[in-house]
Unconditional design. Structure first.
Lengths: 164, 369
């Protein structure tokens, strides 16, 4: 089944598949941003009806975000992992809310914690953080320890004392 | 003005975060009389940013920290994190370690499901069942204490195996506790699951079809109650699950009652799994010895496991240092509460909201992380 999916994708999107790794019950794809939505849509039609997760990794040295879509096929019992690299300066991709309703919340979370924009997502308002004015906190250039020290502690005789 | 000509007046009713049925979760209900038109979830009361905090810590610290990401089923978090790291490094875990881990994971599932029986009964106004279920839950907490020293948070797992071996006392006490709980299950059948009030409050409440459930991202017992047999213990077996036989419980109705029955029968399956594992417990080492600042090689892995609430996945990226570069926890409650709950709440009555919420068995700590 994995081989069939690989050859189908290769024939349909010859320019967009950058890397394909096939394992026993898992397929990992690195794709180009331009045809991401079409590839995910094709995978959904192929049977990957469960969107398990949408997550991001901040590769700050390469100035890129890696966005990862985890899919599962309930019929074939196989997993597909679709990765896409987007520039850190203008992190924008097309939303997949039209394919999976559950994507709404995953995208909202990634928008809040990484600052990635999902075009077409109707609601990207903050989920967890209240009155947040710093850069998105899960980016690598945000230092949690420094922030907590400056915001919540007073240095007195070398010991951190909580601001009261 | 005639009353019919007036526009429908919606009022807003808050659900949580101080509501005993909501936990640390807040939602705004837009209602017309008793009918809920819209539910707007406001999570974040338990957001501690574990995924970021873990980037500053070494693996043994993270195994302890990650417990708190799912308060009601903490062991599943330890298990997922350690497995993701081990998978990156290609570590071999001793057989006995695998068995002990699986036993603890199944005890964790029973623990979580017992808590859930209690809370669901409580929010339905049936406090006696709450007290009894939470009393029986003590049996599992006691087992946790014997094996690990911790009651709620085991902090028991380490990369490479488990922190210490289980004793003969633990084995004997576990058999006793399982016998007791198995007896209690038939009592729960009569006392809770066939109770007229319980059935009335849950049957045909919060119903979703299999297609809707998949689209919304449901997993675990919530999805299995819609007739989809998705159980990672069977589909992508890990730890010692390939060595045991058990059934995946499914129902077709997709309502709150079906979800309840799925969990009830899962407790029975878990009891059987733990018995099989204890009877065939292999001898030998229980962990691979590693230094505390042991570093996983550069790479990444994605590991999924079946927690009490559903699909829990760990995506761990390592850059070769003793701390992970990035950890992502795919938490089942995140979608149960933020995706399924608002959908099911639409069109229901205010009185059904706690029943729907707890029939989905979400844990606010697991949702916010």
């Amino acid at each position: 089944m994995i081989n069939e999916i690989t050859s189908l994708l290769k024939s349909k999107f010859p320019d967009s598949l950058l890397n394909v790794v096939s394992e026993d019950k898992r397929i990992t794809l690195l794709v180009k941003k331009e045809e991401l939505h079409q590839i995910l849509s094709q995978l959904k039609d192929t049977g990957f009806n469960h969107l398990s997760d949408v997550t991001a990794v901040d590769y700050i040295d390469e100035q890129e975000f890696e966005l990862i879509y985890h899919l599962w096929s309930h019929q074939e019992k196989i997993r597909a992992i679709v990765k896409v690299r987007i520039p850190r300066e203008s992190p924008t991709v097309k939303s997949v809310v039209d394919l999976w309703t559950g994507a709404q919340m995953h995208e909202r979370e990634d928008h809040e914690l990484f600052g990635i924009n999902f075009e077409g997502n109707p609601n990207l308002s903050p989920l967890f953080l209240e009155d947040w004015e710093e850069i998105p906190p899960f980016r690598k250039d945000f230092d949690t320890r420094k922030y907590v020290k400056e915001k919540y502690y007073l240095e007195e005789e070398g010991y951190p004392v909580a601001k009261g | 003005m005639d009353i019919e000509e007036k526009e429908i007046a919606f009022s807003t009713v808050p659900f949580g975060p101080q509501h005993p049925a909501s936990g640390h979760f807040h939602a705004l209900l837009k209602v017309e009389g008793e009918r809920v038109h819209e539910l707007e979830p406001h999570p974040g009361y338990l957001h501690r940013g574990f995924e970021k905090l873990m980037e500053y810590r070494v693996h043994p610290q993270n195994c302890v920290l990650v417990d708190r990401a799912d308060v009601l089923d903490p062991f599943s978090c330890e298990l997922g994190y350690a497995n993701a790291i081990e998978k990156t490094a290609g570590l071999e875990i001793p057989e006995r370690g695998r068995y002990i881990r699986t036993i603890m994971a199944e005890l964790g599932r029973i623990l979580s499901h017992m808590t859930w029986i209690g809370v669901l009964s409580m929010v339905l106004g049936f406090d006696s069942a709450n007290k009894i279920a939470w009393g029986d839950r003590e049996k599992i907490l006691r087992l946790n204490e014997i094996a690990t020293g911790g009651r709620l948070y085991p902090c028991y797992l380490c990369v490479g195996g488990v922190r210490r071996d289980i004793s003969q006392e633990f084995v004997d006490e576990t058999f006793k506790a399982l016998d007791y709980l198995e007896g209690q299950l038939s009592f729960y059948d009569y006392f809770v699951f066939k109770n007229e009030t319980f059935v009335m409050r849950t049957e045909k409440v919060g119903k979703m079809s299999a297609k809707e459930a998949i689209d919304l991202g449901a997993t675990g017992p919530n999805l299995r109650a819609c007739g989809i047999d998705y159980d990672i213990r069977k589909d992508e077996p890990y730890e010692a699950y390939p060595k045991v036989s058990f059934n995946v419980i499914t129902r077709d109705e997709g309502d709150a009652y079906a979800r309840s029955l799925c969990r009830r029968y899962e407790i029975a399956e878990s009891i059987s799994i733990v018995r099989q594992l204890l009877n065939n417990l292999p001898d030998g080492a229980f962990r691979a010895e590693l230094s505390p600042v042991w570093a996983a090689p550069k790479g990444e892995s994605y590991f999924c496991l079946e927690s009490a609430r559903g699909e829990k996945c760990f995506h761990v990226v390592s850059d070769g240092s003793p701390c992970p570069y990035r950890v992502k926890i795919r938490a089942p409650s995140f979608l149960h509460t933020l995706s399924e709950f608002p959908y099911l709440a639409k069109g229901s009555t205010i009185a059904d909201i706690p029943a729907i919420y707890w029939s989905l068995d979400s844990c606010p700590a697991d949702m916010d992380r």
